[in-house]
Design a protein around this ligand. Structure first.
Ligand SMILES: NC(=O)c1ccc[n+]([C@@H]2O[C@H](COP(=O)([O-])OP(=O)(O)OC[C@H]3O[C@@H](n4cnc5c(N)ncnc54)[C@H](OP(=O)(O)O)[C@@H]3O)[C@@H](O)[C@H]2O)c1
Length: 242
């Protein structure tokens, strides 16, 4: 049976991914910062007959990543989805940047996925599927027209930099771990109605539900091969420019 580990599984896209994989019969390890407050994930675990397990993980904390590794020990992980992310500080524009906030954004969105992948590398190697996935964003692409949209989404210097760095790191891992048989997916989930996008997505006809996004992401993961490993694409399978 496929085992999937998802970070940031308590809400938004991570919760939708957890629900879809659980419904498909996979073993799901849903990681979240505060399990006691992750009511929707706990409800999912309660009806899963032991197939959904909740583990505490603050991706920005290296000790927490080490605890996760200890809890998993040598358990094979077929699909590791680095989904947890933050939009970053209020001040991140061409005029002014909150420097500490920038560093935190880079740590959560770009550094943590690599540290988690390295910590769980053996768990991936021991599995059948060996798939490492990053939930990226079109904000990480230099080719997407970032001058459209709201002032908030036009700014986001820290968020954009973090997703570009995430893409770069994952693209490298696709090459460096290819000999282990590890396949790397880098997926833009679309404009999804979650807490992160708030009122702007709720009011936009261009937005999609977390469920539709998760369905597309899961399809992209299912289709990953050595030929597509390290490519950047959106949840519909459309190629993304770096
Ligand atoms: N929504 C969109 O339109 C969109 C577009 C492009 C990319 N994305 C990307 O998709 C991913 C999921 O976003 P979302 O829209 O589902 O956002 P969301 O609803 O705000 O959820 C973010 C998730 O990340 C978790 N998280 C944040 N910091 C964490 C930390 N230090 N340790 C562990 N977990 C942490 C949150 O956990 P807590 O509940 O503990 O805060 C939450 O589960 C992100 O990487 C985001 O950049 C989203």
């Amino acid at each position: 049976m496929t085992t999937v580990l998802i970070t940031g599984a308590g809400r938004g896209i991570g919760l939708a991914l957890s629900r879809h994989y659980a419904a498909d019969g996979a073993n799901v390890i849903g990681c979240c910062r505060e399990p006691a407050r992750a009511d929707a994930l706990k409800d999912l675990a309660a009806v899963s007959r032991g197939r959904v397990r909740i583990l505490q993980l603050d991706v920005s904390d290296e000790a927490s990543i080490r605890s996760l590794k200890r809890a998993l020990n040598e358990q094979p992980i077929d699909i590791l989805i680095n989904n947890a992310g933050i939009v970053g500080p209020a001040t991140q524009s061409a005029d002014c940047i909150d420097a500490e906030g920038w560093i935190t954004t880079l740590r959560v969105n770009a550094l943590a996925p690599i540290l988690i992948a390295q910590a769980l590398r053996d768990n991936l190697r021991r599995s059948s599927e060996k798939k490492l996935v990053a939930i990226s964003s079109d904000a990480g692409s230099n080719s997407v027209d970032c001058y459209r949209g709201s002032a908030l989404s036009r700014n986001r210097y820290a968020y954009r930099a973090s997703k570009a760095a995430l893409n770069n790191g994952m693209h490298r891992l696709a090459r460096d771990w290819a000999d282990d048989g590890v396949l790397v997916g880098i997926v833009n989930p679309g404009f999804v109605r979650t807490d992160m996008t708030g009122a702007s997505a709720a009011a936009s006809s261009a937005s999609i539900s977390p469920e539709d996004s998760a369905r597309g992401i899961i399809q992209r993961i299912a289709e990953l091969t050595s030929d597509t490993s390290g490519a950047f694409q959106d949840y519909r399978g459309e190629p993304m420019q770096w």
